[in-house]
Design a protein around this ligand. Sequence first.
Ligand code: DX5
Ligand code: ZN
Length: 227
Amino acid sequence: MPTSPGKDYIPKEMKIKIAASILSADFSCLNEEIRKVESAGADMLHIDVMDGHFVPNITIGPMVVEDIRKSTALPLDVHLMIEKPQDFIDDFVKAGSNLITVHIETVTERKAREIKERLQKKGVRLGISLNPLTALHTIDKTLAFVDFVLVMSVNPGFGGQEFIGSVVPKIKELRSFFKGDIAVDGGINETTGKQVVAAGASILAAGSYIFKSKDYADSIRRLKCQA
Ligand code: DX5
Ligand code: ZN
C-alpha cells in the first residue's frame, strides 16, 4: 500500500466504468431519472434499442435519443438490438450517440467494418456484442477494428433478468487477448459485478440494480468498488 499516492496512483476501483441502463428507469419522469443517475456518478448512459425482431421487445428510436441528448452531458452508449443496424446508424449518430454497439448475430464482418468507417468519421466508438450462447470466435475478425466488446450476460430483450454465469469464462478468455474495454450487460449487481470484473470486465452496464434501488449513488459506488 503506498503511504502517499504518487502522481500515477489511481485507485483501482476508479477504473471500472458504470453504464447506467435506462431500460429500468421510470419513463414517466425520464429527464429527472437521467439527472439523478448523472449526479450519482454514472460514467455513461446505456440506451437499449430493440426492434421486436432481433429481440422480442420494442423500446425506443433515434427521436428519443435526440431528446435524451438534450438532458445530459454524459456519453450516450447506444446498444442496438435490431436487425440491419447499418440502416439506422446515421440516425443514431445524428441523434447524438457517442458509442454504438451492434450485435455480431446481426452483421457480417464486412458490414461491421463499413459501420466502423462511418462511425470513425463522426468520432463515435463502435462496440461489438455477442449473446450468451454465441461463441467467442464469431467476433474474432472484428476485434482488430472495434473499440470495445459488449458481452451479454442475459439473453437480450428485457431488464431484470438473472445473470448467466457461464459467460464468465468467455470474458476471461477474451481478456487474455483483447486489450480494449470489455463491457458486460445483464443481471449485474454487486456479486455478479465482482465476478465479471475479476474476469477482466472494465465497464458494467447495469439497469435494475441502479434504478430499482433507493440510493443510486450508493449502488454505483458499490459497483465501482468491485475491483
Ligand atoms: C437487456 C439489456 C440490458 C438491460 C440490463 O437486453 O441490453 O442493458 O437493461 O438490465 P439489468 O441490469 O436489469 O439486467
Ligand atoms: Zn443493453
